[in-house]
Design a protein around this ligand. Sequence first.
Ligand code: 6PG
Length: 261
Amino acid sequence: KQQAPSKPIMTSPKINKLDTEEHVADALAAYVGDLSAKSIANHGSFSVVLSGGSLIDTMRKLVQPPYVGKIDWKNWLIFWLDERVVPLDHPDSNYKLANDGFLSKVPIPKANIYPIKENLSPEKAAEEYEERLKQLVANKKLKTSAITGMAKFDLMLLGMGPDGHVASLFCWHFQRFEKKKWVTFITDSPKPPPPRITFTFPLINSASEIAMVVTGEDAADAVKVTLGEHADYGYPLPVQKVKPEGGYTWFLDKEATSLLK
Ligand SMILES: O=C(O)[C@H](O)[C@@H](O)[C@H](O)[C@H](O)COP(=O)(O)O
């Protein structure tokens, strides 16, 4: 009979099982607002890494009262966990998605927003982004993880696809095994568009806090594999490689948790 490994695969995350997506949006705004205040009080800035997908819409409460007027936006720094290699005004751009739905509505200084550089190949765009992050660490604008030596962001906001991918780290694609690079690239992403750059797991797991924001019934199978009773058996889903050295908090709605016991 197969025995479950004695050590759990994941660090124990805090799991918020909420009712509807609206409740997830409320809880996420309260969590981000609180972390922003704590980070800025602690070291004067709040470095936030955004995903694409449904996350930006679920962040909508932050640009509404009471949060919008209370948050110290001028000390936020914005980065992307993954980005599609397209012009920044292209409908597929994660920068455009975030700008239209979030960044254009809050007074974050433009100099604090770090989109990818346009007109580079995926490989060059990844190298350039990694270099920029290293500069920010060297200039002490970003903290460093004592464990990995990589940038230590205050908050990474992750979504998860129905296939269990996070960032642009997919099943059956080697990028998810990268150990040295901070940022890598993919030219055949199964989720369109194919050319992307993406943070690697060592960089993701160096963060101070990771929030995993997952809603809708499409996610229910991968949520069951990741958080269900057999999670310790170790399936090959990229989401299971999220094992942060810092805090880890899930925000889920009823549909996403519908297959959990
Ligand atoms: O560029 C992207 O495609 C996203 O950054 C991606 O990694 C996203 O977070 C997941 O695919 C979940 O997307 P949903 O929240 O829309 O399911």
